[in-house]
Design a protein around this ligand. Structure first.
Ligand code: MSP
Length: 645
């Protein structure tokens, strides 16, 4: 990997105000930006707003404003939201910026001059939500799967970008660059799309129908907008063609998007770049959707969580932490207020917060708050020392691969190990015996150094807390948050450590949802749900009608992990065919790894129930005998979601 890193978010449409979905992509980009800076890379981080098109004109009209007045207001809301979450882009771009319009026109002229654009009549199915023509096989029940509206049949003369001639080049490029689109499932999706001949891309609208776009430089009767306009922001952001940033940061471009805009980014964009003679971007990183009650969060569905509300309830760091920890990058996740509270209390208030306060309290009690010398003596604290050194390279690999949720899990294993070191070495006992003074030095040193190094590792996700921890140790965060801060043993003997107030106070049951937050978290009403691994009634006979009430389906286990708050439970993500979380009481019988990829049978219509803070949407069926539990597996070629009858 080069030592330069350019990260972008989608530029968001200004027809809606920022919500949790936008916040997630932007936090992912900010975390990556901070991580790459931390490992010594030179970075550039771009976000912004997409301001042309029908949707924007309609939204402005509704508010009685001109498109420009309207876009100024909403764009500013996006720009002002990101600092609330400690997101620090290097540039905020707007597609209405004159510089951007000039760049788009320059690119259009170039591809037009080289014969990649053609004028012709086209009739097709247009989705105003997606702002593109859809093809029949993309529709579900005759409707756009994302906007749930039937597309409109349109016939008009327009300009087309001739993509098909670059199709084979793109297939070859994706095949020879495994990291070009990640995670793999999205790379496969694009490759499978490319098995069919590509349609050419309609890039214009007649000004008779729409003026709110970039005028075509070669025909003033038309404007271009949406994809040809929007994607080029990634170049304007670096002052393409002559800017220093372009020379520096292209092609080290890493685009973060959700799966809704995979096709434009995985197909149109690399082909556009190739056509204008620019190297393709380095990597496209595609994540899933935040859902509420199994629906994607979006304005059109009216189930919105606002970033400002999250920050008011949880704080910036805790929100960032939960966003990163609660979503496996690439898969969908469900938002739940209670799951965030449980996560904050368990991981941040307990594991991290308690470790810091216990360790500093003991340091003050037994060593006047001064870092003792590192003695390097055998014992649990020595295992911790080795564990932390080994953690750094694996953390770096996971973070580089956008596996932030796994990187956090690894850091938390270390924090828990440190908490156990306190329990097993019992420093308060060591302090009573003069012969144990050196061992006590080493234990205290290892605890404080674990906290320091963990603060550095976790700083891309919770920067405020990390800086507070480092400052409390008398260190300058600016100096520590760089490659040199990543090695074990930086705390020096005699350094004074200050006691600080709790970093993450526990969120009690009283601090419930703020008024007006539009959360439809049905599971919340089912407080105190218990693990029910058996069907409700197994007494007596059932009728066929009784049995038919239970929907059994085949599910594929796509990921499995230990339940954060219960040793006997596993948290499974299954596809059936939609993604859902199932909590199963099988941790004593199966390791999480052994379950991934298995096709099993689930009860699909069980009322969601919260099991130790995680909402379970279904039940896994197992057989039990004297040897233990056995999965009810089905043949591997059964499709996830198949009904079992
Ligand atoms: N303007 C285009 C993007 C052009 S990029 C050259 C657009 N805008 S959008 O406002 O609809 O933003 C879509 C993006 O917002 C998604 O790709 C994702 O980054 C984020 N999300 C919007 N809703 C989301 C969820 N419910 N969950 C996760 N991310 C979501 O498309």
């Amino acid at each position: 990997m080069s030592n330069r890193f350019y990260v972008t978010t989608p530029i968001y449409y200004v027809n809606a105000e920022p919500h949790l979905g936008h916040a997630y992509s932007t936090v992912v980009a900010d975390v990556q930006n901070r991580f790459h800076k931390l490992i010594g890379h030179e970075t550039f981080f771009l976000t912004g707003t997409d301001e042309h098109g029908d949707k924007i004109v309609q939204a402005a009209q509704k508010m009685g404003l001109s498109p420009k007045e309207y876009t100024d207001i909403i764009s500013e809301k996006f720009a002002k939201t990101w600092p609330l979450l400690n997101i620090r882009p290097d540039r905020f771009i707007r597609t209405t910026d004159p510089q951007h319009i000039k760049t788009v026109q320059m690119v259009l002229q170039k591809v037009f001059d080289q014969g990649d654009i053609e004028f012709r009549e086209y009739e097709g199915l247009y989705c105003f939500g997606c702002e593109r023509f859809l093809i029949e096989r993309e529709l579900v029940d005759g409707k756009c799967p994302d906007h749930k509206v039937a597309p409109t049949r349109l016939k008009e003369k327009n300009y087309f970008f001739l993509m098909s001639k670059y199709q084979q080049w793109l297939i070859d490029h994706i095949k020879s660059n495994p990291e070009f689109i990640t995670p793999q499932r999205y790379r496969n999706e694009v490759l499978s799309f490319l098995k069919e001949p590509l349609d050419d891309l309609c890039i214009s609208r007649p000004v008779t129908r729409l003026t709110w776009g970039v005028p075509l430089p070669f025909d003033s009767n038309f404007v271009t907008y949406v994809w040809f306009d929007a994607l080029i922001n990634y170049l304007t952001g670096l002052d393409y063609p002559d800017g220093q940033n372009f020379a520096k940061f292209w092609p080290a471009a890493n685009h973060v998007i959700a799966k809704d805009i995979l096709k434009p980014h995985g197909i149109y964009w690399p082909i556009m770049l190739h056509a204008i003679g620019i190297e393709p971007y380095q990597s496209l990183h595609v994540h899933g959707y935040w859902k509420i009650k199994d629906e994607k969060m979006s304005k059109s569905l009216g189930n919105i969580i606002r970033p400002k509300w999250l920050v008011e309830n949880f704080g910036a760091d805790a929100t960032r932490y939960c966003l990163m920890r609660e979503m496996n990058f690439g898969l969908d996740a469900s938002f739940s207020y209670d799951a965030f509270v449980t996560r904050i209390n368990a991981d941040l208030a307990n594991d991290l917060g308690n470790l810091l306060s216990r360790s500093t309290t003991m340091l003050h009690k037994f060593r006047q708050g001064l870092i003792p010398p590192e003695r390097v003596i055998e014992g649990p604290q020595d295992d911790l020392r080795h564990h932390l050194s080994a953690l750094v390279p694996s953390w770096q690999k996971l973070m580089s691969d956008f596996q932030v949720h796994n990187a956090l899990q690894e850091i938390w294993k270390a924090l828990n190990m440190a908490n156990k070191v306190i329990d097993t070495t019992a420093p308060w006992q060591l302090a009573k015996e003069t012969t144990k003074a050196q061992l006590l030095d080493d234990v205290l040193y290892c605890l404080m150094e674990t906290l320091r190094l963990s603060a550095v590792l976790v700083s891309p996700v919770i920067p405020e807390a990390a800086e507070k921890i480092l400052s409390s140790m008398g260190l300058d965060p600016a100096g520590e948050l760089g490659p040199s801060g990543l090695s074990w043993g930086r705390l020096k003997e005699g350094a004074k450590v200050a006691k600080i107030p709790p970093l993450f106070p526990r969120i009690g049951p009283s601090k419930k949802e703020a008024q007006g937050a539009q959360i439809h978290d049905k599971a919340k009403k089912q407080k105190g749900g218990k693990v029910e691994e058996k069907t409700a009634s197994n007494q007596g006979l059932v009728t066929i009608e009784d049995f038919q009430k239970v929907q059994l389906r085949v599910a594929e286990i796509v990921s499995a992990e230990k339940h954060p708050n219960a040793d006997r439970l596993l948290k499974l993500t299954v596809k059936a065919p939609e993604e859902r979380t199932i909590v199963a009481g099988i941790a004593e019988h199966f390791s999480p790894e052994s379950l991934v990829g298995k096709k099993v049978i689930i009860v699909a219509n069980l009322k969601p129930v919260k099991l130790r803070g995680v909402t379970s949407q279904g039940m896994l069926l197992v057989a039990k005998d004297s040897k233990g539990l056995h999965l009810l597996e089905v043949s591997p070629d059964t499709e996830p979601g198949a009904k079992v009858s």
